[in-house]
Ligand binder design. Structure first.
Ligand code: WT7
Length: 657
């Protein structure tokens, strides 16, 4: 943190980049910000009219009458799939490559805009034939594939609301989402291929449905990826290639209100239960398009590559919707960055001549490590001259990783867009504009035009630059979360808390603005949410999972800094049978790790587990997490422990296994 705040290196966008950029130079940026300040509704109405196709134009812009349930462009009719596909074909881009798909084993297949429109239309017709209607929810549990994008777009085409569940989540996590969202169908694949290994998907869907309460699921549609042997349930399960085989490639889109939910995506919050973040069609799509143009400066000839999975919001906005809505060519990658070796990303950039590359700091850090003593997988062993812009997302990027990315991947000529945003925000919020903003390593710099980001204290008052505080957004914006599915009260409490006055959007992150240039630096979550390799995990979620194990009496989970993954999960556990030691402790720790992996998914497995006879508590029984955070870091406890009822416990919990 200290180091981040003292960072004073400044990197200016190259002159030729500025010249051709959508937002060219800081004056252009300030002009857009001023337009938003002067006439907020007019600003957004202008952009929505310019960048979206409306079947029926909207007459109202922002409706605040039921705040904080804001509505944007509500009486306008549109369709996300039409905007992404038909419109591009009509513009003459039918033969343009929409997707360059590279499979885990390196096989490449291309899909044009016309192909994609045909495939989406057939799939949409098949879904309609199954009786799936506008407003119905469809779970998508698939790996990275063209078919995954087709499934999402097909739902959008008929007004069905998709909810993509990341392929690494367990049967139980999947079942919870199927139940909460009330899904009528699940679209999945037989298996997924990652790093040369086939991993199950369909059997996990079967397991999830067998856990119960999934009676609404009438159809399970299976994309045949590996041809692995999987059971099919008659009357419920069907193969994707069979259901689309005889469908027409013409499908009239469902024209929906701009406020019609496009998707629901579950993310972790500070209580045990994941939240179903609900996004709109019009406002969401508008921001996906604008950020493609502003942050990524997308041009006709670009080859855009976002390495995220469609199971996360980044894959929604910057794989399925944004790039297609602007008629770009994009790379979709099935595999992992380290297979067949840690040069995979660089090899693919070279092979496909990628021009814009968007990835996560955790991937960069692991590739720095892998290439530090193996020149064959170092970016300098590849021709990366096609690149003109880099992006970073998901967690703060430390200045060393930023510099390495800038110099070795970007050849010191590509601007880096360090994009701060969230599942809830739909698209980028704070980011340098590559043809305008001078960059400072580790800072996401300034809010995008129209985004009224600010830093306040605990009661919602502005704090001066140079003082840390709570990151908020002062005005609603089109791509913001609309509600938490099934839980509007939680929506209001989580994002518009009374303590801050009830009108500020609370991001859940701490931040500070630089005294000199007002640049934002994100200082990390201020709630019980961890960020492990760019994946959001609730500590409470992992705690409830641990205590659900019959051996466990009590558990507390905290994060600690980790060089590679940003944060690592540390669990402090009290067993019903007393504190284990030696090999028994090691074995139990392994069992508990696997338990969490099975209950939630491998990404939630604690890295460290410590056993104690008890947890450090105050006399009133409250767990003192700040002490656990110190112990997890391996530091000495120097803080006040006078309120601690059982100080001896600290020594026990300090013992590594
Ligand atoms: C949280 C949101 C953004 C899509 C993927 C993650 C952290 C995200 C940055 C960044 C510092 C960042 C924040 C945020 N975060 N991007 N550029 N710099 N922190 O979406 O799973 O909803 O997580 O990720 O803590 O609140 P998410």
């Amino acid at each position: 943190m200290e180091q981040l705040l003292q960072e004073n290196r400044v990197f200016h966008p190259p002159a030729d980049f500025i010249k051709g950029a959508a937002i060219s130079g800081m004056d252009a940026y300030h002009q857009l910000c001023a337009e938003a300040e002067t006439d907020y509704d007019g600003f957004w109405a202008r952009l929505a009219n310019e960048h979206i196709f409306w079947k029926k134009p909207f007459t109202t812009v922002l409706d605040e009458s039921t705040a904080p349930f804001y509505k944007w462009f509500e009486d306008g009719l549109t369709n996300a799939s039409y905007n992404c596909l038909d419109l591009n074909v009509e513009k003459g881009l039918g033969d343009k490559k929409a997707i360059i798909f590279e499979a885990d084993d390196g096989t490449v297949s291309n899909v044009t805009y016309q192909d994609l429109l045909d495939r989406v239309s057939k799939m949409a017709n098949a879904l309609r034939k199954m009786g799936i209607q506008s407003g119905d929810r469809v779970i998508i549990y698939m790996s990275m594939s063209i078919e995954g994008v087709v499934a999402m777009q097909a739902c959008a085409r008929i007004g069905a609301i998709h909810s993509v569940v990341f392929g690494g989540f367990s049967a139980k996590s999947l079942q919870e989402r199927i139940v909460d969202v009330g899904a009528v169908a699940v679209i999945t694949a037989d298996e997924q291929l990652r790093g040369g290994k086939a991993l199950p998907l369909k059997v996990i869907v079967d397991e999830a449905i067998a856990l119960g309460d999934c009676e609404k699921v009438k159809n399970v549609i299976v994309y045949q990826r590996t041809g692995g042997n999987i059971p099919m349930t008659a009357g419920r399960d069907s193969w994707m290639h069979e259901v689309v085989a005889n469908e027409s490639a013409v499908c009239e889109p469902e024209w929906v209100s701009a406020e019609h939910p496009l998707f629901i995506l579950y993310t972790s919050g500070s209580t045990g239960k994941p939240k179903g973040v609900q996004h709109s069609t019009g406002g969401y799509l508008l921001w996906a398009i604008l950020t493609m143009k502003w942050t990524f400066d997308i041009k006709h000839d670009d080859v855009f590559w976002c390495t995220a999975d469609i199971g996360w919001v980044t894959g929604h906005s910057y794989i399925t919707y944004g790039p297609l809505a602007v008629g770009a060519t994009e790379i979709v990658f099935e595999g992992v960055p380290t297979f067949p070796n840690a040069g995979r990303f660089w090899d693919m950039i070279q092979k496909h001549k990628a021009t814009i590359f968007y990835t996560a700091p955790t991937a960069i850090r692991s590739l720095i490590k892998a290439s530090s003593n193996d020149v064959a997988v170092h970016p300098k062993s590849y021709d990366l001259s096609s690149l003109r812009l880099l992006g970073s997302v998901g967690e703060p990027i430390n200045p060393e990783a930023w510099m390495w990315y800038y110099e070795n991947v970007g050849g010191s000529r590509c601007p880096i867009a360090d994009t701060f945003w969230q599942t809830e925000t739909g698209g980028h919020m704070i980011s340098p504009l590559p043809g305008a903003t001078p960059m400072v390593p580790g800072s996401c710099t300034l809010p995008l035009p129209g985004i009224m980001a600010a830093i306040v204290d605990e009661v919602g008052h502005d704090v001066p630059n140079g003082h840390g505080g709570i990151l908020v957004v002062k005005r609603p914006w089109p791509s913001m979360i609309r509600t938490i599915w099934n839980d509007p009260d939680r929506f209001v409490k989580s994002y518009f808390p009374e303590e801050l006055g009830g009108t500020l959007y609370l991001a859940g992150d701490g931040a500070i603005r630089n005294k000199d240039n007002a640049y934002f630096t994100i200082t990390g979550r201020i709630d019980d949410v961890l960020n492990v390799s760019g994946h959001r995990m609730g500590t409470m979620e992992i705690e409830s999972c641990l205590v659900a194990n019959p051996l466990v009496a009590e558990a507390a989970v905290v994060g600690r800094p980790d060089e590679l993954t940003g944060e690592a999960i540390c669990a402090f556990v009290v067993l019903k049978g007393g504190r284990p030691t030696g090999d028994e402790a090691k074995k139990l720790a392994l069992d508990l790790r696997n338990w969490v992996g099975k209950e939630i998914g491998p990404i939630a497995k604690p890295k460290d587990i410590r056993f104690g006879d008890n947890l450090p508590k105050t006399r009133s029984g409250k767990i003192m997490r700040r002490l656990l955070r110190v112990i997890a870091k391996g530091e000495e406890v120097t803080q006040d422990t006078s309120t601690l009822e059982n100080p001896a416990i600290l020594d026990q919990l300090k013992q590594p296994l």
